[in-house]
Design a protein around this ligand. Structure first.
Ligand code: CAO
Length: 428
């Protein structure tokens, strides 16, 4: 028998992130890979697994504690001296990002990808933890889903444990009113007992949606948004794209408009560097980024993810198309690494494959602008002497009005439109 101090292993760039669930207690017998605790950052939720088998002697973390790589998690009695001799944890049992729904991402536009400290002004609507209330993780989860504050409930279970029935009864009694604690400095939408009016079914949100929600909410509330719209004639570009796409299909990938949009965005970002910037945390300066990493919204069964295509300025249309195909496949399969969704300087949300005429994407703060694209349609366009059928693509640029003025937005969008309208500017 030996005692092993189990520490939080390498969790990427995350530091000082909260423990949201502790899955073990003293006396539990763990198998390797059994989850010990769950951590939740802005960008991802991850279970930290036991590195080896053993019996829990002491749990050294509680919900609400903040941890980084190397923080002590628990003391484990193992029957293998060899495993006890290992340097505890930091490299053992790397945390397992939850399947598809796990890593966030950040965003309607864009999930989550801030590299700067998240805005602090907006606490979550309800505490992630309800302090010392006596309730199991599943009851806590139910309370969070229903917007019920467990600290307001007296439990009817053994030793005053709060049960799921207590939570539902509380919701019914309160008629919804006062069930939630407003947390954003704005009046909370009162909870309601919808079951009073007809049958209901409660479907828990995917992890992805739970994580992206606060990011979107923060961005929506912190950024004074304006959306500028324009359109561009992509008739020639589309003919060229189809030619490339035909050849690409034979090789097993597609060339879609998105790769051209990424290149056009970089061209406009270079000419208008404020669009490739972030406000400093004290809001006294602009941080201009000299790299061009474009976040691309990808629709997955669990919600929106925004992988980041790095160094778009150094890649051609073919390379971008292949990378895009690969990354969207991985996102849809839930294979998301934290590095996939970090570092965007500007984002694109394309609904063009689905439809629409316009929309107002949400800026993925701390980025300051985002391009939304909807379906290109044939329109009669006056060329000075006659109407000609042209394929017109609507462009919707939302921007942070603290950083960008309307005139700059109009110029930026026009440049995007001009580049998309002249295929020669989009070099392979
Ligand atoms: N206008 C007209 N047709 C378009 C178009 C546009 N703007 N954009 C794409 N298309 C066409 C493509 O050419 C393709 O047609 P064919 O198969 O006939 O050649 C078809 O639509 C499908 O394209 P796609 O959407 O799969 O490919 P993409 O590279 O344009 O987009 C991706 C890839 C990952 C961005 C997309 O699949 C996706 O997930 N979009 C949703 C993003 C989203 O949800 N944004 C909202 C965020 S706010 O909640």
């Amino acid at each position: 028998m030996a005692t092993l101090d189990v520490k939080i292993p390498d969790i990427g760039d995350f530091k000082n992130i909260p423990v949201i669930e502790v899955h073990v207690k003293a006396g539990d017998v763990l198998a390797p890979e059994d989850p010990m605790v769950t951590l939740e950052s802005d960008k991802a939720t991850m279970d930290v697994p036991a590195p080896v088998a053993g019996k829990v002697v002491e749990v050294l973390l509680k919900v609400g504690d903040r941890v980084s790589e190397g923080s002590l998690a628990l003391r484990l009695e193992t029957d293998s001296a060899a495993s006890a001799g290992k340097p505890a944890a930091a490299t053992e049992g790397a945390p397992q990002p939850m399947p598809p729904p796990a890593p966030q991402p950040p965003a309607t536009a864009m999930p989550p990808v801030p590299d700067m400290p998240p805005a602090r002004a907006i606490p979550p609507p309800l505490p992630l933890d309800f302090g010392n209330v006596h309730a199991s993780p599943s009851v806590r989860r139910l309370a969070r889903e229903l917007g019920v504050d467990l600290t307001q409930i007296t439990g009817s279970g053994e030793k005053s444990r709060i049960t799921a029935a207590d939570v539902k009864a509380f919701l019914q009694r309160s008629g919804g009113a006062g069930a939630t604690a407003g947390g954003s400095g704005i009046p909370e939408i009162p909870a309601q007992d919808f079951a009073k009016f007809g049958p209901i079914e409660i479907k828990p949100l995917s992890r992805l949606r739970k994580l992206s929600g606060p990011h979107l909410h923060r961005a929506w509330l912190n950024v004074p948004h304006v959306t500028h719209t324009d359109e561009t004639d992509i008739t020639d570009l589309e003919a060229y794209r189809k030619m490339l796409d035909g050849a690409a299909k034979e090789k097993g990938y597609r060339v879609t408009l998105l790769s051209f949009l990424m290149k056009a965005a970089v061209s406009a970002l270079k000419a208008h560097p404020d669009f490739n910037s972030s406000l400093s945390p004290d809001k006294s300066s602009l941080i201009h980024k000299k790299y061009y990493h474009i976040g691309v919204a990808v629709d997955t069964p669990d919600g929106l993810v925004v992988p980041v295509i790095k160094d778009v300025d150094r890649k051609g249309i073919v390379e971008l198309s292949q990378e895009l195909a690969d990354v969207s496949r991985r996102m849809r399969d839930g294979k998301i690494a934290p590095t996939d969704i970090q570092g965007a300087t500007f984002s694109i949300s394309s609904l063009g494959g689905i439809g629409g005429t316009h929309f107002t994407p949400i800026v993925s703060a701390p980025e300051v602008a985002i391009l939304g694209v909807v379906k290109a349609t044939m329109k009669p366009v006056w060329n000075g002497s006659e109407f000609k059928p042209r394929l017109m693509l609507p462009l919707c640029v939302s921007y942070d009005h603290r950083v960008i003025d309307g005139a700059s937005a109009a110029r930026f969008t026009k440049q995007l439109a001009d580049v998309m309208g002249d295929v020669r500017q989009l070099v392979l």
